[in-house]
Design a protein around this ligand. Structure first.
Ligand code: BEZ
Length: 251
């Protein structure tokens, strides 16, 4: 059964329940193809696992994240990391590239984020990343919403930002980027800590406002609803992830 969800990101819980996020992000680092000596901004670095990977390639990497717990975890790795909100940051410098993994779907205003990114790049600078795309975790979201309704809880207004490549390309183009590629990648993702671990780490926006006992019921019921589609006969869970991977260049 899922534990009660906590408020800010818990870097330790994230490492246990969601280490796959940075492990799978290596492919995005490959798409960025960072060169030694380049200056790169890691937008939403989490606990810094991928930032450290880029630093080890000889990149001068600066990282930002809006979670104090994550910034502290990344700083422990010796990384150059600052607390900042992706919607409004000004680092007073520009970079050869901006990299982002598994972060943009948390935005409440994608135009603001992309405008900030553009401000930190010179013409020709790359913006490369990946996040949840159209249809991402659709089964999970539907089960959590159904479970909230069964609990009699008011429907939540929260939703993640999961655009189609066409929608997101328009956002990039409006901010002055040329889109090199933007595509959806269906990626059923094994959950080492099961659905309970995933819900405990990520379901806060849907159930965090409920009392502890109600949260437990809502998440446990969501897990039950999902078992038929996302849990195999051996008890192994898979999340219905769909990524939107993109590469854009500032004109
Ligand atoms: C994602 O990486 O797709 C994701 C992470 C947390 C919550 C929802 C989606």
């Amino acid at each position: 059964m899922p534990a009660v969800i906590t408020n800010d990101w818990d870097a330790q819980g994230y490492a246990c329940n969601a280490r796959f996020v940075s492990d799978l992000g290596i492919a995005v680092v490959d798409l960025l193809a960072p060169q030694p000596g380049e200056t790169i901004l890691d937008l939403g670095c989490g606990d810094g696992a991928l930032t450290a990977n880029m630093a080890a390639l000889g990149v001068q990497v600066t990282a930002i994240d809006s979670s104090e717990s994550m910034v502290a975890a990344a700083a422990k790795l010796g990384l150059n990391v600052q607390l900042a909100d992706m919607h409004q940051f000004d680092l007073g410098s520009s970079f050869d590239a901006v990299f982002t993994n598994a972060v943009l779907h948390w935005t409440r205003d994608i135009d603001a984020v992309v405008a900030c990114v553009a401000k930190h790049l010179s013409p020709g600078g790359r913006f490369v990343g990946e996040f949840g795309g159209f249809g991402n975790v659709a089964a999970i979201v539907t089960a959590v919403r159904a479970s909230l309704a069964l609990e009699g809880a008011p429907p939540t207004k929260f939703s993640w930002y999961y655009p189609t490549p066409e929608e997101f390309s328009t956002v990039l183009e409006n901010a002055g980027f040329q889109v090199v590629s933007a595509r959806l990648i269906p990626r059923p993702t094994p959950l080492p800590a099961g659905m309970a671990g995933w819900l405990t780490t990520f379901a806060r926006p849907f159930a965090g406002h409920l009392a502890a006992e109600a949260q437990k019921r809502v998440l446990a019921r969501a897990e039950e609803l999902l078992a038929a589609s996302l849990c195999d006969r051996s008890g192994a869970w898979t999340a219905d992830y769909v990524r939107l991977r993109f590469h854009a260049v500032l004109s």
